[in-house]
Design a binder for this molecule. Structure first.
Ligand SMILES: *Cc1c(COP(=O)(O)O)cnc(C)c1O
Length: 391
């Protein structure tokens, strides 16, 4: 008999009932150190006082009005994002995949209104992940995500990761945009080198096409800058944001330049919940913490410490681990044994991590994890690896 929850997930037999900073408390009272952060969502850890205060204050005022009216918290969040980034404008969604839907619509509408309606195709990359909506799975294109769900949304070209010649050849007079994650998350923490991101920007400029960055996982301070593309010194035309921006409350956004977004006039897009007062009140509190140079500097320092300790871990367990990957606090351990075995060994040490493709174990701690907690996490990883070696 089908379970009452549609069984699309293989869940760990764990039930967390509360959270505190970098810690999750199981129903039986055990305290797990959380290096998953709800898949890079709880950017400020669990039950951060500023976020709890923002949410409860808004909850006592007004929950929802729809976008038929002005929403002050939404205006404030948009202003904060525009001030802190390349963007001139923002649209709020409830998730990353909804941000993908709008990014695709915006790119196509841009060329429609620019008198180049044949430019509808979007170049995307193997191993990418853009969510589970129709546009999201068509953009990613993998068999695993698309099998049995056809006919798929047309207009996507899929290229191997890192094949420059294939990329140049794929740009035609039907191309509207290139869509890419600066660091592939689900794909196994695969960072795009800065020079490649610069090269993509140049290629887009050369052909007058749009660069869409999916920073749903790597954005919001995860790499030690507010957004990952800042490391490469380039700006996208359109960017998808979600996960960390709500700190655990469902919230996403599409940020764009005026040039890219100008065709999205009244009536071209909408969302009942998107940019709702509760989500935006929390989003403003998250931005107030993360879009702060001092905070980001601390993230970079913690990331340096964690990286150093992970390199030592890999060196002392060459039978279990192959390599450390990633940037900032978006880190991955490429495993030599099944990553799910390492995941389970970590659970046994009361440590939460997240598996990814390419046999990688992801480490995505809250951005405000303490140095003591990082060292504790490494002790637990070391014990998990030793337990696996001795099996
Ligand atoms: C998680 C993720 C998405 C999808 O976000 P949802 O909120 O699950 O819809 C899209 N792109 C990337 C890079 C992601 O990591």
């Amino acid at each position: 008999m089908i379970p009452s929850i549609l069984p699309t997930y293989n869940r760990a037999p764990l039930t967390f009932v509360s959270g505190q900073g970098s810690w999750l408390i199981e129903a039986d009272g055990r305290r797990f150190l959380d290096l998953g952060a709800g898949i890079a969502v709880n950017a400020l850890g669990h039950a951060h006082p500023a976020l709890v205060a923002a949410l409860t204050a808004q909850a006592q005022q007004l929950w929802h009005t729809s976008n038929l009216y002005n929403i002050p918290a939404q205006q404030e969040l948009a202003d904060r994002l525009v001030a802190a980034t390349f963007a001139d404008t923002a649209f709020f969604t409830n998730s990353g995949t909804e941000a993908c839907e709008l990014a695709v619509k915006m790119a196509r509408r841009h060329f429609h209104d620019a008198g180049q309606p044949q430019r509808t195709r979007i170049i995307a990359f193997e191993g990418s992940f853009h969510g589970r909506s129709a546009a999201g799975i068509a953009a990613a294109g993998s068999e695993k995500m698309t099998k049995g769900f056809g006919p798929l949304l047309p207009g996507f070209t899929h290229l191997p990761w890192g094949d420059h010649d294939a990329l140049r050849a794929a740009v035609t007079d039907e191309t509207a945009a290139i869509l890419i994650e600066p660091i592939q998350g689900e794909g196994g923490i695969r960072p795009l080198p800065d020079v490649c991101l610069k090269g993509l920007r140049d290629l887009c400029d050369e052909h007058g096409i749009l660069l869409i960055l999916d920073e749903v996982q790597c954005g919001m301070g995860r790499t030690g800058r507010l957004f990952a593309h800042e490391w490469a010194g380039i700006d996208p035309d359109i960017m998808m944001v979600a996960k960390g921006i709500g700190g655990g409350f469902p919230l996403g956004a599409v940020l764009a330049t005026e040039h890219a977004a100008a065709a999205m006039v009244a009536g071209t897009h909408g969302s009942t919940y998107g940019g709702n007062p509760l989500a935006c009140a929390v989003g403003c509190a998250v931005m107030a913490q993360i879009a702060d140079e001092g905070f980001l500097q601390d993230v970079r320092a913690r990331a340096g410490l964690m990286r150093q300790q992970l390199e030592a871990l890999v060196a002392s367990h060459p039978d279990i681990f192959q390599q450390v990957r990633g940037s900032g606090l978006m880190l991955g351990l490429k495993c030599k044994v099944a990553n799910t075995d390492v995941l389970n060994a970590c659970y046994a040490e009361l440590l939460c991590t997240v598996p990814a493709a390419d046999n990688v174990l992801r480490l995505l701690p809250p951005l405000n994890i303490s140095e003591t907690e990082i060292t504790e996490a490494l002790t637990r990883l070391d014990k998990a690896a030793s337990a696996l070696s001795s099996c």
